[in-house]
Write a protein that binds this ligand. Structure first.
Ligand code: CA
Length: 264
């Protein structure tokens, strides 16, 4: 059932911790490329070349058994009741098409994230795919890098499914990832202290809003902070050094005379 022996995966990985992905694709070449790309990322891959085989795997829990056997002796307590954490699903398949599989899984209450692959790119197919309960959609031909990135995002979302998603904040050349506590400036990662990060997050959540130093102290340092508003100025200076091309002529964090600061 598994196209590769799982024991060939990097030995450090505990199979109980590896995300298991089912690839459903009838075109051999594409299926093979997907398997290679995803295995290189450390995922455990099972494949099906038609709709019936896919449903069989999804409903039997057979792969869970194989994984359990392979993981015997290892810490396999994390396997859940569903055999896969992600399904990559081609739409045009022999026997049962992708849309029907998707519909059926959702009808049965299976919450596994589904990424649809399709040669059709029209808006109707996209909408239809998402309407029957798919989570994402890629049109062929697609880049493997993009596919891998989307898989990673879907798996991450599933892992933290109960938590609200914080949107990524973007302004000009600055991108802030609230959940990852990361900031990119002109595509370069910059290191911010926790206070600098909170300050930037606040600014980027309300671009062009003018903040007084007291308001910033309240929001970022908390009402019981002991100290004065010079603390704000110092942190603004440090942030500017990390964000601005020319910190003495800032384009992001702008001083508003007599009031305070604004972003943008
Ligand atoms: Ca196909």
């Amino acid at each position: 059932m598994f196209t590769r022996e799982l024991t060939k995966s990097p030995p450090k990985l505990d199979i109980g911790q590896m995300s298991r992905i089912l690839v459903v694709e009838d075109e051999d070449l594409i299926r093979e490329m997907l398997v290679l790309a995803l295995e290189a990322e450390g995922y455990a891959i099972a494949t099906a070349a038609d709709g019936r085989a896919a449903l069989g795997l999804l409903q039997s829990g057979e792969s869970t058994l194989s994984l359990r056997e392979l993981a015997s002796g290892a810490n396999s307590g994390t396997l859940n009741e569903f055999p896969f954490e992600l399904v990559i699903l081609d739409l045009m398949l022999p026997q049962i098409n992708g849309l029907d599989i998707c519909r059926l899984l959702r009808h049965q209450g299976n919450p596994v994230p589904i990424l649809i692959l399709s040669a059709k790119g029209s808006e109707t197919d996209r909408v239809l795919g998402l309407e029957v309960g798919a989570d994402d959609y890629l049109t062929k031909p697609f880049s493997m890098r993009e596919l891998v990135a989307r898989c990673r995002a879907l798996l991450r979302r599933q892992r933290f499914g109960g938590l609200p998603q914080l949107p990524v904040l973007r302004f000009k050349d600055v991108t802030l990832y609230p959940q990852e506590c990361r900031v990119l400036v002109r595509d370069q990662e910059v290191n911010l202290s926790p206070k600098e990060f909170r300050l930037l997050e606040l600014f980027m959540s309300y671009t062009r809003r003018v903040w007084s130093r007291e308001q910033l102290l309240d929001q970022v340092w908390g009402a019981d902070f002991v100290g004065d508003s010079k603390t704000v100025d110092v942190h603004i200076r440090w942030l500017r050094e990390k964000l601005e091309k020319d910190p003495s002529h800032p384009e992001y964090i702008v001083t508003v005379r007599g009031f305070g600061y604004r972003f943008g």
